[in-house]
Ligand binder design. Sequence first.
Ligand SMILES: *[C@@H]1O[C@H](CO)[C@@H](O)[C@H](O)[C@H]1NC(C)=O
Ligand SMILES: *[C@@H]1O[C@H](CO)[C@@H](O)[C@H](O)[C@H]1NC(C)=O
Ligand SMILES: *[C@@H]1O[C@H](CO)[C@@H](O)[C@H](O)[C@H]1NC(C)=O
Ligand SMILES: *[C@@H]1O[C@H](CO)[C@@H](O)[C@H](O)[C@H]1NC(C)=O
Length: 291
Amino acid sequence: MKLFINVLSVVLFLPDNDVSRVDKEVSVSAMEGDSVTLYTGVQTNQQEDIKWYFNDTRIAQISGDLSDICTDVQCNEGTERFRDRLKLDHQTGSLTITNTRNTHSGLYELNIIIISSSDSGKIFNVTVKGVSAAKRDEVKRKSVKEGESVTLDPGVIKKTSDVMMWYFNDTLIAEITGDQSKICTDVQCKERIRDRLKLDHQTGSLIITNTRNTDSGEYKLQINIINSSFSITRVKRFSVSVVDVPDSGLSSGAVAGIVVGVLLVFAGVTAGVIYYRHHRTHEPVPQRDDM
Ligand SMILES: *[C@@H]1O[C@H](CO)[C@@H](O)[C@H](O)[C@H]1NC(C)=O
Ligand SMILES: *[C@@H]1O[C@H](CO)[C@@H](O)[C@H](O)[C@H]1NC(C)=O
Ligand SMILES: *[C@@H]1O[C@H](CO)[C@@H](O)[C@H](O)[C@H]1NC(C)=O
Ligand SMILES: *[C@@H]1O[C@H](CO)[C@@H](O)[C@H](O)[C@H]1NC(C)=O
């Protein structure tokens, strides 16, 4: 039976390959460092056999009863290409390539064998754009004086279908989905920062107003670019340090006032000295005869 299905699949697979290749091809455009998930659009509990090929080499397989699962090196006798980067969803057979590189660009072919129904498949033409290592691992650093606002700008062109999730020290603090947004779903976050967080729906930026020392730390933005056939996950990192204003008893306004005051006094003293000198040089110097 197994052999028969395999033979059948080859027979069905080959003609299918060329006939409907074009209209089934999905273009996926990612950047190095992104995670890319290619959807099968099925559930494996319907007794399907799902096979993934990369440039015609089998790289992943899952059978409906989960008796036959392999990824990368296990599937193709030693030609390791992906180094622990492949993940196969056991429910759907969808394939995720994590932390992509330019060398993962190519054609990913999906072949689904459905028992007692017709075969189907898809082709994903994945293009992973090269990015320098420095850019890929970049952490944007922001330094702000306590009490001031800071804006963390992802610097991307946001589509309405994108989902953006902001994390602080690995806790989800804000989320934008379409025109909906949520700020702080857990209690600790609500108490600590909720009233001071704002989101810019146009850019996806996170704005922290009236910063406190406790806002210092790592902020991570996860962007999910969602399509019906695939999704791309991109991560941006920020490091915020909120610096103390010296002499915390004074507000920045008071500090500015004092600075102006000191300058005025200084200016006054300087003017006085100049006036005094000026007059001294023009008035007859009093002679003193006490020698
Ligand atoms: C999904 O991506 C394809 C191109 O690969 C595009 O034609 C289609 O409009 C996208 N769909 C959505 C819902 O973004
Ligand atoms: C896969 O195929 C693409 C062209 O479709 C080619 O550019 C790429 O180098 C190939 N990659 C590997 C690892 O064979
Ligand atoms: C895959 O996409 C790239 C870039 O969009 C294109 O240059 C190439 O011709 C496509 N390959 C196939 C086999 O469709
Ligand atoms: C966040 O992480 C930073 C650096 O690891 C740490 O100093 C800070 O206490 C953390 N803040 C919170 C509220 O967990």
